[in-house]
Design a protein around this ligand. Structure first.
Ligand SMILES: Cc1ncc(COP(=O)(O)O)c(C=O)c1O
Length: 277
């Protein structure tokens, strides 16, 4: 129920409010952010509603729907030839390009920088963690998440473990070379400044194609039109249930499937056809 369609609304709102409080936006200064789509859509929508301009720098593998949505939300869009999960420090990648804009045109752009901004973690300590604790009445035993910037896992997992250190945090990650926007493979996690390894009890690395298969299943069996990272988390939870048979698990489904139809067509054969007999 996040207004701009993903869990990243929370991080975007927290970062934007912090920039406002510190006088970093306004008076002609807007924002520039590297994004695989969701944070950019949230940031652009909120920034424009509050009177600031927004620029999103995205890797070219981001689905077409997200690029169009970024523009609908009011961002100007810079597409770069970069991996789907941009790594800081890598040549001409989207993170570096956004940093260049923020540096070279400092009067025009400030960069929230979801990869390093503590407000990204804070958003989930303030909202996602307490919501889960309240809604499960403290009975949660397992939290299933996937990792991108790691704001969700560090904020939510940290909050819940402070409430009950016995809660298990399970990270579900796609295999290398994946095509799941928003996520990092385990080998890339070291570059996430917000990653706190001590919070993770289990890490599962799962064939990324299952993200798409399980997302379809969620739609066709549960009426939940969840996105591919949700599909991956669902698969991870199913595996852990085989091992830990008792408990109350919570899966965070970061977004819905509407902006992945082109990716779904790529990974699930037969979706693009019609006129079925
Ligand atoms: C669809 C999707 N799933 C998962 C994540 C990972 O969340 P986090 O960046 O908080 O680790 C993101 C982040 O952009 C995302 O867009």
């Amino acid at each position: 129920m996040n207004p701009f369609g993903s869990v990243k609304d929370r991080a975007a709102w927290e970062m934007l409010r912090d920039l406002e409080a510190r006088g970093e936006v306004g008076n002609g200064r807007g924002i520039v952010e590297p994004t695989s789509g969701n944070t950019g859509i949230s940031l652009a929508a909120m920034a424009r509603a509050r009177g600031y301009h927004a620029r999103a720098v995205v890797p070219n593998k981001v689905p077409l729907e997200k690029k169009v949505l970024l523009k609908i939300a009011g961002a100007d869009l810079v597409v770069v030839n970069d991996a789907l999960c941009p790594a800081p420090g890598l040549g001409e990648g989207s993170i570096n390009l956004a940093k260049t804009y923020a540096k070279a045109q400092a009067d025009k752009y400030t960069m929230p920088n979801q990869y390093e901004n503590e407000q990204n973690v804070r958003a989930h300590e303030r909202t996602t963690g307490p919501e889960i604790w309240r809604q499960t009445e403290g009975a949660i035993t397992h939290l299933f998440v996937s990792l991108g910037t790691c704001g969700t896992v560090t904020g939510t997992g940290g909050f819940l473990k402070r409430k009950n250190p016995a809660i298990k945090v399970v990270a579900v990650q796609p295999t290398e070379g994946h095509d799941v926007p928003g996520l990092r493979n385990v080998s890339q996690l070291a570059v996430s400044r917000l990653f706190d390894r001590s919070l993770i009890d289990d890490t599962l690395e799962i064939d990324f194609k299952l993200a798409y298969t399980r997302a379809i299943e969620l739609g066709q069996t549960e009426g939940l039109l969840a996105g591919p990272s949700s599909g991956l988390i669902f698969e991870g939870a199913r595996r852990i249930i085989e091992r830990d048979r008792d408990g109350l698990g919570v899966m965070i489904f970061p977004d819905n499937i509407f902006k992945y139809t082109s990716n779904m067509m790529k990974h699930i054969p037969g979706l693009a056809t019609g006129n079925e007999p």
